[in-house]
Ligand binder design. Sequence first.
Ligand SMILES: C[S@@+](CC[C@H](N)C(=O)[O-])C[C@H]1O[C@@H](n2cnc3c(N)ncnc32)[C@H](O)[C@@H]1O
Length: 215
Amino acid sequence: MKHGEIQIPSLYRKRSDRCYVACKLRSDPLYQAITPLLRDSPHPLLDVGCGLGLLSFHLRNEGIRVPIHAVDYDPRKIDEARMASLRARVTGLRFSTNDAREGLPEHHGNVTILDILQFFTPEEQQRLLRDAAARVAPGGLLIVRSGLRDRSARFAVTIAGDLLARATWWMKAAPVHYPCAADFRRILSPSGEVSIDPLWGATPFNNHLIVLRKP
Ligand SMILES: C[S@@+](CC[C@H](N)C(=O)[O-])C[C@H]1O[C@@H](n2cnc3c(N)ncnc32)[C@H](O)[C@@H]1O
């Protein structure tokens, strides 16, 4: 498979998924921002809360060939991601049903947690971040995208967006708690260097990219 060969939206069976995926890939800078961080890394990737598996297909399109284990607690999304993977005819992708509140699969490499922390209580967030950091290999990365709790108008829009996703049944759960920047520094700094940067692109949300670099 050559770079950029997978037409990601067309991998999905349902029209609503195809529309969502096309819109997400067009409007959200998330996957483009992650690509350079993972491009030269030899480590396998664990993607926690993978949804329809967009990050996996995006990385394959970018020529990133490391093994990827992608997990989500929504069996419908895992089913669709598996079917999409067959259609894409890519290798080294594994999709599993896993509730991150009950622990993470065995892993040693890089870890991504993208846009799922808001569904967890503060205690669950702390446990998940520590579990994820423990699975990062030396020299590896934990990459988190999260809306940050602060006093900005962007934060209010972030909450409204998540409530809308729940009201339309796109998400099975309503948002529970948003972490603030200090939470990430407190929980992750003991494991390595932590950076926190805005990542909202053209979206109205208060999204940030949090990266833990393990020495
Ligand atoms: C906003 S979507 C993000 C999907 C994906 N990370 C992405 O960036 O395209 C949040 C995902 O988290 C998943 N999720 C929520 N709670 C979860 C849990 N306890 N364990 C695993 N996945 C969970 C949802 O099913 C959903 O697919």
